[in-house]
Design a protein around this ligand. Structure first.
Ligand code: ADP
Ligand code: MG
Length: 760
């Protein structure tokens, strides 16, 4: 039996899914596969594992496994469920790539989808699980899709063995036909249970105009207006990335400062006086005297998008009605917003996936008395985390996406419009605890042009890591796999070719066109090297480097480089817009300082040729020498969270390497010595072997070409010139041959993670 506290019990009873416990459990008892759809916040993630636990699915040694596409969700949901059930983390645990707290006693296990895929490689039948819940299936992350495909085969196999496994697929939207209507996937259509949303109405307000670039400024103005003029209730802002989130947080904190110890009086007193003050302040402004926005609590509605009746509730055409939240308040007014107003404290919190976990957890705690909560988030707040007490959503309508060229793998981060489905999810966040409002900073006409749903991830990115994993599961004809949505054939062919080039797949025994045709049939079996590579939890190119590094005692260095390349974003982001001249000067000084430090890490003489990878090696080495402290990272421009992840991944890769080659007897000394010259030479060869298809050559006879080729490099796959990124230590060196970790497109095609090599 589970002993929950009365408060928890009360909170649970408010969740819509609790009323459906019996329906859900009967469906699960009667069917091997069940799909549950319910709005974000209806209680799927936190409650369904508890239903299963109480129904005995975790007794007699079985485990209830739940996969999440996002690490944030796996960690925070395991903590929440442990707390609700009054159970220790030894029983309700999590595992993400770099860390976890799973024990022998674990009965409910939250994990990322990638973690479960790895487990399938070790034990195809997933024997230790009684139930697998695939959560957030609507996100259509690549690994979630593949898991559903694999589990569609594992469930019947387990049934045959007399050890039945239950599969539960959970989605925040009703769009599940890719799973239900796909007979190759599930020959018997699984039942779909719909949990009625106990969602309060949310009034959607479209902007009349759509700001094309300064949507961040528009968010700022909107939050100021809401905070000054509308009744209590949290505000959630959707922006696209970390830098934007921070800069808006800073602006808002400056405009509405909150001092930690300003809450002298009793809580209620304080709240009253803030309310009074707000009225007073508003009444002082001539234009706002007459009509403070009247929000009619009986008349909330969700505007169907096609009505196109923008700003209906607050519409007005004379400036006496200063209450119109969308009314352009004129030039003078924005200056006023920037002025600091400490009588209306706003409790501003950032939320994005790279944020340190203890800072992420803050959004679940109540805002200090007398303040209003304002969370500035990226799309992590869309469906995976439900922030309590949000009444107003401000939606920029945009998200940052990593877009890939499916064949060349060149990626770029682009700020794109979200899909209509995402915009609806964002709006829904405002109606969790009471009726709410969503302010869309774009017009309804623009909304109508959004794509309906975003395409599944698997159809949009290179798939070589996935294909290697599948081949390791002896799925040779990848093309016959029951994908919920198959990746495009050219992406499959590109992956197969790369894996053949890396030696991970057995080469078809002929040459030329025929060989290509065979590769295009996607049926090459895995090679022994490929099997070794597949055991390393990193991309195939990096796995190849690990597999090659047994000589010259290079393994600890390769492991470190591969870990750093896998974790990415080691260095503090300084490319952000500065709020003031003073800040701009500070940023500039910091940038110069960190550049200096990186030069030192890059080493001297022949060491320098390893380029950015040497910098990574130096950064990790120096950081470990300091004990990997937060202070060291801050002083040296490193992201502490990334450095901790690198440390964990190094440990994990060391274990993986040791279990492959028992004789290696490797042990990663956190404090490694710098490599010798001979080792660096060898490392460059290893790097070339892994990144061989990422080779670029400085253009020859440059003076005869047109200007766009100045300092340019040529690669095999791309027509256009590529350049060494200015942040690279080789930016000024311009070696003849380089390999790169990735090409990112911004204003030009830039190579990042660059090393000089000498191909034969
Ligand atoms: P769903 O999976 O259907 O989106 P969840 O089970 O995630 O719903 O959330 C149910 C409720 O639990 C939400 O109201 C949410 O605010 C609350 N909740 C989730 N995590 C926490 C937490 N760490 N602290 C407090 N409340 C939480
Ligand atoms: Mg959920």
């Amino acid at each position: 039996p589970v002993h929950r506290t009365p408060e928890i019990q009360e909170a649970r009873l408010k969740l819509p899914i609790l009323a459906e416990e019996q329906v859900v459990m009967e469906a699960i008892n009667d069917n091997p596969i069940v799909i549950i759809c319910g709005e974000t916040g209806s209680g799927k993630t936190t409650q369904v594992p508890q239903f299963l636990y109480e129904a005995g699915y975790a007794s007699s040694g079985g485990i209830i496994g739940i996969t999440e596409p996002r690490r944030v969700a796996a960690v925070s949901m395991s903590q929440r469920v442990a707390k609700e059930m009054n159970l220790s983390h030894r029983v309700v645990s999590y595992q993400i790539r770099y860390e976890g707290n799973v024990t022998d006693e674990t009965q409910i296990k939250f994990m990322t989808d990638g973690v479960l895929l790895k487990e399938i490689q070790k034990d195809f039948l997933l024997s230790k699980y009684k139930v697998i819940i695939i959560d957030e299936a609507h996100e259509r992350s690549m690994y979630t899709d593949i898991l559903i495909g694999l589990l569609s085969r594992i469930v019947p196999l387990r049934h045959k063995k007399g050890l039945p496994l239950k599969l539960i697929i959970m989605s925040a939207t009703l769009r599940v036909e890719d799973f239900t209507a796909n007979t190759r996937l599930f020959s018997v259509q699984p039942p779909v249970i719909q949990v009625d949303a106990r969602q309060f109405p949310v009034t959607v307000h479209f902007n009349k105009k759509t700001p094309l670039d300064d949507y961040s400024g528009e968010c700022f103005r909107k939050v100021c207006k809401i905070h000054r003029m509308l009744p209590a209730g949290g505000i959630l802002v959707f922006l696209t990335g970390q830098a934007e989130v921070h800069s808006l947080c800073r602006r808002l904190r400056k405009a509405f400062p909150y001092q930690k110890n300003s809450t002298a009086g009793g809580e209620d007193d304080r709240e009253d006086s803030v309310e009074e003050m707000r009225k007073f302040k508003s009444s002082r402004k001539r234009r706002r005297v007459l009509t403070l926005p009247k929000i009619d609590l009986n008349n909330y509605s969700v505007l169907p998008p096609d009505e196109g009746d923008e700003d209906r509730d607050f519409d007005s055409d004379d400036d006496a009605a200063g209450s119109d939240l969308d009314l352009d308040l004129g030039d003078g007014d924005s200056g006023e917003d920037e002025k600091s107003d400490s009588s209306l404290p706003l409790y501003v919190l950032p939320l994005y996936s790279l944020l340190a976990p203890e800072k992420q957890a803050k959004v679940f705690r109540p805002a200090p008395a007398g303040t209003r909560l304002c969370v500035v988030a990226t799309n992590v707040a869309e469906t995976s985390l439900t922030i309590p007490g949000i009444k107003y959503v401000v939606d920029s309508g945009r998200e940052k996406r990593r877009c890939y060229d499916r064949v060349t793998g060149v990626s770029s981060f682009r700020v794109c419009w979200v899909s209509q489905a995402s915009a609806q999810q964002r709006a829904g966040r405002a109606g969790r605890t009471e009726p709410g409002h969503c302010y869309r900073l774009y017009s309804s006409a623009v909304f109508m042009d959004f794509e309906k749903f975003s395409a599944p991830e698997i159809t949009k990115r290179p798939v070589e890591d996935l294909i290697l994993q599948m081949k390791a599961l002896n799925i040779e004809k990848v093309i016959n796999f029951p994908f919920p949505s198959p990746p495009p054939t050219e992406a499959l062919a590109a992956a197969e070719e790369l894996l053949i080039a890396l030696g991970a797949l057995k080469e078809p025994p002929m040459t030329g066109r025929l060989k290509q045709q065979l590769a295009a049939k996607l049926s090459c079996p895995i090679s022994p090297l490929g099997r070794v590579m597949a055991t390393f939890p990193v991309a195939p190119r990096y796995a190849k480097m690990l597999a090659l590094s047994r000589q010259q005692q290079c393994l600890p260095y390769t492991i470190t480089i591969v870990s750093a390349m896998t974790v990415r974003e080691l260095f503090e982001e300084l490319d952000r817009p500065a709020g003031s001249e003073e800040e701009a000067a500070q940023l500039k000084a910091r940038r110069a300082r960190f550049l200096q430090i990186q030069k030192v890490w890059a080493g001297q003489g022949p060491m320098q040729k390893l380029g950015d990878l040497m910098v990574m090696l130096g950064a990790v080495g120096a950081c470990e020498y300091s004990g990997c402290t937060r202070e060291f990272c801050e002083q040296n421009g490193l992201r502490h969270k990334a450095m901790l992840e690198i440390r964990r991944l190094r440990g994990q890769l060391t274990t993986a390497v040791n279990s492959v080659c028992r004789d290696a007897g490797l042990y990663v000394d956190p404090k490694m010595e710098p490599p010798t010259e001979a080792q660096v030479t060898y490392l460059r060869q290893i790097v070339l072997a892994g990144l061989g298809d990422h080779l670029a050559r400085r253009v020859q006879a440059e003076e005869q070409l047109d200007d766009k080729w100045k300092n340019a490099y040529k690669t095999a796959l791309l027509e256009d010139p590529v350049f060494i990124h200015p942040s690279s230590v080789l930016f000024k060196e311009l070696p003849e041959f380089v390999v790169y970790q990735e090409i990112v497109e911004t204003t030009k095609l830039y190579m990042k993670g660059v090393s000089a090599v000498e191909p034969e």
